[in-house]
Design a protein around this ligand. Structure first.
Ligand SMILES: [Zn+2]
Length: 471
């Protein structure tokens, strides 16, 4: 009996953990960290709900924290099998897991300090879920497989990875399970599904026919702007901000979105569509992530290859672009006069150096703060995008006088129309049903409606810890 169990990102958009149980083997697809408020995150991250020693192998779809952030904990709790992923995902996941170890250590230190200063009996000082050594041990469990090469992940189970077009190295996975009587069951997992025409990355690749599909639903109730030309819009915002003599501050995820912004600014700069303003990538993690991008040209789309690589150029270097790693150099940006562009993490403005740039720049009407990614509930990014007049940064109140903009065209997730189109490429004669994960209930209801209308025979949302049987 083949079953699927979900232990994270069931009815929510973070902490992906799904088990494909073939009766003989249990394969964990993604082992993501739940991201959210500290107490809830701790509760959801410290216990898996299943025994890590029961897992035979893992499949890592991509290197986002909410998909790979708990592998170190899994290994710490006894998992000793392989984690299968593309080579680029292994590198991205390594960076992300090590960063997560650092962030947790800093958070624990902050909690300890606060408790020393102002002891509260109700307050818990959470120790990190894992440290850098654990992250490195998890990384040692990775086994890399190229796209489209079938790989025996467990006895009687093969997996083939296909480009998901979501972030560098991201993959959809198709498992084939040999059953008695020579029959074969094929189960697909979307991981996170990207979009067509994203800079650098290839379009999401269609998946060969499957019997069942586990599908993400982040934007199950949304349609992205139809004709959103990211390069055009970004160019316009750069020109407007420069004309006003202001700074353009772009909070961006270090992995993926930052490199897309660099790529687009490079194109605009090369074509003379923006003034010659300095561009700073101010985030040590973004600098490391860009090095990983450079190391994996096998993941680039044909445009990137033809426009840059074929001429011996890097998409990630041009003469006004500076990568900043040292804190002193980061502080020096503040002393500059005149317009500039600062790309800094974190993408939701919850932590990182971007907070320093925002605290200094948010009160200046000439400046623009441009959000280019999903903003989670209760984050500083969400408050700003929602039009807050005043926000707190490092505990201090700040009036919002800078122009705050948000560009939807940079979403790395397919909307319901795009998911529907992608699903419709599957062989409909074979597809028995779609299980939705990685989405809020409203988004899932809307996507289910859309897929059912498009002819998928059965669509339902997975519920945490409630297995479904695949026949
Ligand atoms: Zn993702």
């Amino acid at each position: 009996m083949v079953r699927i169990e979900s232990w994270g990102a069931a009815g929510e958009v973070t902490g992906s953990k799904h088990i494909l149980d073939t009766g003989r083997n249990r394969i964990l697809v993604d082992c993501g960290m739940f991201q959210g408020r500290r107490e809830e995150a701790r509760r959801k991250n410290e216990s898996f709900g299943f025994d890590p020693r029961s897992i035979s192998a893992c499949l890592s779809t991509h290197g986002h924290l909410d998909h790979c952030g708990l592998y170190p904990r899994l290994v710490l709790e006894g998992f000793d099998g392989s984690i299968v992923a593309t080579p680029a995902t292994r590198d991205v996941a390594g960076l992300v897991m090590l960063d997560a170890a650092k962030v947790q250590a800093q958070d624990a230190e902050y909690l300890r300090k606060r408790q020393r200063k102002d002891p509260q009996p109700w307050r818990t000082v959470y120790e990190p879920l894992y440290d850098a050594r654990d992250a490195r041990r998890a990384l040692e469990r990775y086994v890399t497989v190229s796209y489209q090469r079938p790989f025996a992940i467990a006895p009687g189970v093969e997996v083939t990875l296909h480009d998901a077009g979501h972030i560098l190295g991201s993959a959809t996975a198709r498992f084939t399970i040999k059953r008695e009587g020579g029959r074969e069951l094929a189960v697909g997992f979307t991981g996170d599904l990207g979009r067509k025409n994203t800079p650098i990355l290839r379009d999401p690749e269609p998946l060969p026919p499957v019997d069942w599909l586990v599908c993400e639903s982040t934007y199950g109730d949304r349609l992205h702007e139809a004709a959103c030309d990211a390069e055009e819009r970004l160019g316009q915002i750069v020109r407007e901000t420069a004309e006003r003599g202001g700074r353009l501050i772009i909070p961006a995820f270090a992995v993926g979105r930052t490199q897309e912004m660099i790529y687009l600014l490079h194109c605009l700069h090369r074509d003379g569509k923006i003034p010659q303003v300095p561009v700073f990538v101010d985030s040590p993690m973004a600098v490391s992530a860009t090095a990983i991008f450079r190391a994996h040209p096998e993941c680039f789309d044909v445009e990137t290859v033809e426009e840059f690589l074929d001429h011996g150029e890097s998409p990630f270097a041009f003469d006004r672009l500076r990568y900043v790693t040292q804190v002193e150099d980061s502080k020096r940006i503040n002393d500059l006069h005149g317009p500039c562009i600062i790309i800094s993490s974190s993408g939701m403005a919850e932590a990182g150096r971007v907070l320093h740039h925002l605290s200094r720049g948010i009160g200046e009407p000439r400046n623009t703060v441009l959000f280019v990614g999903f903003q989670g509930a209760a984050t500083l990014g969400r408050k700003l995008v929602d039009g807050a007049d005043e926000v707190r940064i490092f505990g201090e109140p700040h009036r919002v006088r800078a122009r705050v903009l948000s560009l939807d065209c940079f979403s790395a997730h397919a909307d319901y129309g795009e998911i529907g189109d992608w699903v419709s490429q599957l062989d409909r004669g074979r597809l028995k049903g779609v299980f939705l994960v990685h989405g809020e209930p409203d988004a899932q209801a809307r996507l289910a409606e859309h897929l059912l209308k498009a002819g998928v025979p059965r669509v339902e949302a997975l519920v945490r810890g409630v297995p479904v049987v695949l026949d």
